[in-house]
Design a protein around this ligand. Structure first.
Ligand code: ARG
Length: 593
């Protein structure tokens, strides 16, 4: 057994057939069903239909009710329906239907909690987690990685074929300088990979970068040699490429250590940096020039746009090839589009990139459209994210005004979280090893959740105190909700969680149950709109419903054995839903906390 029809879907179906039985021309119309405070669901669609048919909305609504309660199958789900206001329908679901629906989700042996696959999955190439070689990772790279990873998990869960691309910055003129320096100081990066930590790798690169830069700025002859090295690199000179590879490899040691800290799986074959498109650049330019999409302007190959002008009113072009023949960021991205569309056969291209690059992507996508590489069958979209701000509301910087190292930030989050975990450790009975492990899951979870719980385009404040707070919309709150259920299940000691559809439900049980029923719809919506923050909001509400439920409904001390079993089943399904939802966001749920 697999996918489960949600309660809202079955009500929707019953309503739709009652509507078309009442008013044949309303066939296919949307009854506009939503969750409501007054009843379980409210349908508002009859108003507009009555207006169109020139009928009295209350009368029409009354007839729909008569047709709705007729079939047996409908009355098993809908306990009560009444006409309210100008012609709304207030719908109450039968307790038994709620429990039966949840029981079917619980019994889904595919482990998907009854969540169906998307109706028409395709192939998405997602460009995310793209740091730059020989450079420290900063909070911007954190956002791309965290949001990108959540979108990958969500899409794969709905059945989409996902191809990951980490478009790292591994090409460009700065490598001339680095390679030349390394050639003149050949032992600077000598070591066996296994002997070095990510941090050491980064500090090697940093040291090399700084000294090479100093030399470049002060020594004209070195500068000339370095510039010649860029030409050699682009021409594919084997010795130059070998030195370049050393920088890439050293950087990867560092990248992988950061991604591991982030508890995120990044696979080497998915790292296809800017250099990966080097062989396509000439062809990309030729195609653009021959088709007239790009034109020569002052020696450079440019694409112009009517609506993109600089402050002086002059058009700002996308420069595909510079007048000295060099290729830049745009040529690489245009080549990557060709690769992703024609070789990888994607129908959707996603770019999880800082909003400050939006103009670049707007121009690149428009150029690709004009060239026919993107069309109605292949869409490209930048999933733009905002800036991470400090507590003062300004872009996040150290006190010295430098960009904050991602690693320092993650370490601090883990330290704070470990302190929070340690506070309760004795009561919960955690070993030292569990404290360390949970501190990591809580700390990294806090950072990820803070990033994922506001809509990506918005800026957010990086506030560790708030992030590891036990109250409020934080991952720790959700992790505690999960762990608390596990503790109850352990205490249940042999009593198996079992659904009893014949039991009446308390209001808090109904609210929890109806929210659990919405998980599938939420996941599908969130995956289709690439909005993980809506899943975070759903999970937070789920934990809040659970809190109310605990306040009002004892579990292990419920009145009858059947009620105990049914409540255990409810909380167990809640835990599984929390776990599944958090997993999709890349956040762990420790069993004991
Ligand atoms: N490496 C770039 C940066 O650090 C991000 C790359 C984004 N992806 C792309 N296809 N341009 O800003």
């Amino acid at each position: 057994m697999a996918s489960v029809t949600s309660l809202s879907d079955s009500v929707q179906q019953h309503l739709a057939s009652a509507l078309s039985a009442t008013l044949p021309e309303a066939a296919g119309a949307d009854p506009l069903l939503r969750r409501s405070d007054r009843a379980d669901y409210q349908a508002n669609g009859i108003l507009a239909l009555a207006k169109k048919a020139k009928a009295n909305p209350r009368e029409l609504a009354t007839q729909v009710v008569a047709n709705l309660t007729a079939p047996q199958s409908a009355s098993a789900v809908i306990k009560d329906v009444e006409v309210s206001g100008p012609g709304f329908l207030n719908i109450t679901i039968a307790d038994g239907a709620i429990t039966e629906n949840l029981a079917a989700r619980y019994a889904d042996d595919t482990g998907r909690l009854g969540v169906p696959y998307a109706a028409a999955p395709g192939t998405t190439v997602i460009d995310y987690a793209q740091p730059n070689v020989a450079k420290e990772m900063h909070v911007g790279h954190l956002r791309s990685a965290v949001i990108g990873d959540a979108v990958v998990q969500l899409l794969e869960f709905t059945g989409e074929s996902v191809i990951r691309r980490h478009h790292i910055g591994d090409w460009g003129t700065q490598f001339g300088m680095l390679i030349q320096y390394l050639d003149e100081h050949p032992h600077e990066l000598d070591h066996k990979d296994s002997e070095i930590t990510g941090e050491e790798a980064m500090s090697n690169l940093d040291r090399l970068y700084k000294t090479a830069r100093k030399l470049f700025d002060s020594d004209e002859e070195f500068k000339t040699r370095a510039r010649r090295r860029v030409v050699d690199l682009q021409a594919g000179d084997p010795a130059t490429l070998a030195s370049w590879q050393k920088f890439v490899d050293e950087s990867k040691i560092y990248f992988f250590s950061v991604f591991e800290k982030l508890d995120m799986e990044i696979r080497d074959p998915d790292i296809v940096g800017e250099s990966g498109y080097n062989d396509m650049l000439h062809e990309t330019c030729r195609l653009l020039e021959e088709s007239g999409v790009a034109v020569r302007s002052e020696g450079a190959l440019c694409v112009f746009f009517d609506d993109i002008k600089g402050p002086d009113g002059n058009p700002v072009p996308l420069i595909v090839q510079k007048s000295d023949g060099g290729f830049g960021y745009a040529a690489t991205d245009l080549s990557a589009i060709r690769d992703r569309v024609f070789n990888l056969k994607a129908d959707t291209l996603l770019y999880v990139v800082d909003a400050r690059q939006s103009l670049h992507f707007k121009m690149v996508f428009e150029t690709a459209r004009r060239a026919g590489w993107l069309n109605d069958d292949v869409t490209a979209m930048q999933l733009a994210f905002g800036t991470v701000l400090g507590k003062d509301g300004k872009p996040f910087k150290t006190r010295e005004g430098e960009t904050v190292k991602l690693v320092d930030l993650l370490d601090e989050a883990v330290d704070r979280a470990t302190a929070v975990v340690r506070d309760k450790a004795e009561k919960v009975g955690l070993t030292e090893q569990e404290i360390t492990e949970n501190g990591r899951y809580v700390g990294i979870g806090a950072v990820k959740y803070a990033d994922l719980s506001t809509s990506a385009v918005r800026d957010y404040k990086f506030d560790l105190d708030q992030m590891v707070s036990l109250n409020g919309d934080t991952s720790v709150y959700l992790q505690y909700a999960y762990a608390r259920i596990q503790s109850i299940l352990r205490k249940a000691d042999g009593t198996a969680p079992t659904p009893h559809p014949d039991l009446e439900l308390a209001p808090a049980e109904r609210a929890l149950g109806l929210h659990l029923d919405q998980f599938a719809e939420t996941v599908l919506d969130v995956a289709a709109s690439y909005e993980p923050h809506k899943l975070a909001a759903y999970l937070y509400q789920l934990a809040s419903h659970l809190t109310t439920f605990y306040d009002q409904c004892p579990v292990l001390k419920a009145e009858t054995p059947a009620q105990i079993e049914n409540r255990l089943f409810l909380v167990d399904l809640t835990a599984r839903t929390l776990h599944q939802g958090m997993t999709l966001l890349g956040i762990r749920t420790p069993e004991k906390l």
